[in-house]
Write a protein that binds this ligand. Sequence first.
Ligand code: PRP
Length: 213
Amino acid sequence: MSGNRDILKVAMPKGRIYKQASRLFREAGLPIPSDFDDTRKLIIEVPEAGMEFIMAKPVDVPTYVEYGVADIGVVGKDVLMEENKDVYELLDLGIAKCRMSVIGLPDWKPVINPRVATKYPNVASQYFREQGQQVEVIKLNGSIELAPLIGLADRIVDMVETGQTLRENGLVEMESIFGITSRLIANRVSYRMKNEAIQSLCDRLQASISARV
Ligand code: PRP
């Protein structure tokens, strides 16, 4: 680890969560200047606030936090469940709400050892194991909905937010596995060493979250 011990390093997810996360941080009075939103810069320092933001691919946020190169991070519960890293989950930010579901074609019929395509192989394997069903899990990296349409898989396990992708592709949600929101996570050592700064950030975020409901 390197850098100033007093700076709080925050891993922010690029992509669909970023907009909502940055809005919540701003509501909490945390320093995310508006020019962050369009930048391609990956490390954004705000020395006057004692903070540094690391713009990360969402799936990598728990890794940066587990290794302590980020003290805290914002990440979806879907990624947390899949990655299963050794980090503290501090706060439910209540943003980027969606759900993890089992999805298929409406005329789907049970078969022996069905194939299940997903970006979340650990989540899918655990779910079907708990259901006592033997399945073959196929890992894909995106456009998961293609799999049942072109005969790669019998079902998929994927995130559903508005349901638009399912509707437009003639797929149905067969079961919802768990609800997803974004969480604030912390490195275990940072949580002890930078407790005051992390706790104060949590308190401000919590106040903003409560003010929203
Ligand atoms: C996610 C997810 C679904 C879709 C759900 O894909 O994998 O495909 O969004 O959202 P909806 O219910 O609002 O339609 P994403 O856009 O992240 O792209 P991907 O296909 O590359 O995973």
